[in-house]
Design a protein around this ligand. Structure first.
Ligand code: GLA
Length: 385
């Protein structure tokens, strides 16, 4: 058993005085391309990473759920019958929100036994790598198993999203939970966020001598407040003004007309989403026909679109991307919701240390805090361990 799994078992025993009956885990994700397209019912191409959230679970016989973790001093507890979004606070809202959301999807919560959970993670929090979706997906799979609910993975992704939207209060889309639940080693998840149909697309990075470097700027963000929601509102306003159900219904051919009908800011928001959808399709096409060395310019173009049109980048992300590009990266872009968090660079394996040194130097020169850098590989989705 790996160290973290031993820690989780030990943590569970310390919190609850007995051994867990099982262990489940789910990964964080990197979004290769397709940003702010999910809630516009467009396309995304994330992959699950080799950093995971581990959940140990054991039964209890009083109809309550307990949640504890290495990060919180106390055990949060609530009767299953009392689960409701406005009764959930702090980080416990993620796992408990999932239990509530299972009920919203048809699970008979009056008939399920109580459980204790202990949670630990190697997904960095606040880095834009979906540490929250990793918790939600691991807990959703664990409860689905022990409560014998029989939901499929796409439904569990919706459960996680509902928990995030209602219990945590972040108006996020379906991408992160889908990556955490559907990911596969060496593959990205190509998801159509309207039909929810998904396909695994082989990445082949290692074979092409490439690695994905994550540059966590350390700039913290929260999607429960501010910019994320306002971008979402702009997209909805744009769709309404253009009389389409969602921005998914537009293509790049519609942009000239959109420009005449929308104010400049809304137009640029719309243009990001419409062109980003096309870039996802192009990336999938190039991965399938030409391989990963051919996708760099699409990653670069995605970053420029987020920086200039969607305006969700920050100077630290721009500097990380530009420095990676100038020092040999095949392509680079910020990943995730923006306003902080991490950038990714697709980098030749033998050029990683040069890029890291260059980024460290550039950050120091600009007076920015030192970024954290590590490589990730495309990994399997949530599982019972
Ligand atoms: C966050 C959200 C996702 C998605 C991305 C932006 O990660 O959780 O649903 O909207 O931002 O692509």
């Amino acid at each position: 058993m790996s160290d973290i799994r031993q820690d989780v078992v030990a943590g569970f025993e310390e919190a609850y005085g007995s051994a867990p009956s099982g262990i489940w885990s789910a990964p964080g994700r990197v979004n290769l391309i397709g940003e702010h397209t999910d809630y516009n019912l467009g396309f995304v191409l994330p992959f699950a990473i080799n950093r995971r959230t581990i959940v140990a679970l054991g039964p209890r016989d009083d109809g309550r759920i307990g949640v504890a973790s290495a990060y919180a001093d106390e055990v949060a507890e609530i009767a299953i019958a009392d689960l409701a979004p406005d009764r959930l606070r702090g980080w416990a809202a993620y796992p408990l929100g999932v239990a509530w959301a299972l009920g919203q999807h048809g699970a008979d919560l009056a008939a399920v036994p109580g459980v204790n959970l202990f949670i630990e993670s190697t997904v960095p929090v606040g880095a834009g790598l979906s540490s929250s979706a990793a918790i939600e997906s691991a807990v959703a799979l664990a409860l689905n198993d022990v409560w014998q609910l029989g939901f499929d993975r796409p439904t569990l992704a919706k459960v996680g999203q509902l928990a995030e939207n209602k219990a945590v209060g972040a108006p996020t889309g379906i991408m992160d939970q889908s990556a955490a639940l559907l990911g596969r080693e060496d593959h990205a998840v190509f998801l159509d966020c309207r039909s929810l149909e998904s396909h695994l697309v082989r990445l082949g990075f290692a074979e092409a001598g490439l690695e994905v470097l994550v540059i966590d700027t350390g700039v913290k963000h929260s999607h429960a407040t501010g910019g994320y929601a306002s971008r979402r509102a702009s997209c909805e306003a744009g769709a309404k003004a253009l009389e389409v159900a969602s921005l998914r219904d537009l293509t790049v051919d519609d942009l000239p007309r959109a420009r005449t009908l929308l104010d400049d800011e809304t137009f640029r928001r719309v243009r990001h989403v419409v062109t980003e959808n096309q870039r996802v399709l192009d990336t999938v096409d190039r991965l399938r026909t030409n391989g990963p060395l051919a996708i760099g310019e699409l990653l670069d173009a995605s970053h420029i679109s987020m920086r200039d049109d969607f305006e969700i980048s920050v100077p630290e992300l721009d500097l990380a991307v530009e420095t990676a590009q100038a020092n040999g990266a095949i392509g680079a872009r910020m990943t995730g919701g923006g306003f902080g968090g991490a950038a990714i660079a697709l980098v030749p394996s033998d050029g990683i240390s040069r890029i890291q040194v260059a980024i460290d130097g550039a950050f120091a020169e600009h007076g920015f805090g030192q970024p954290t850098m590590f490589t990730v590989t495309a990994s399997n989705g949530a599982a019972r361990d």
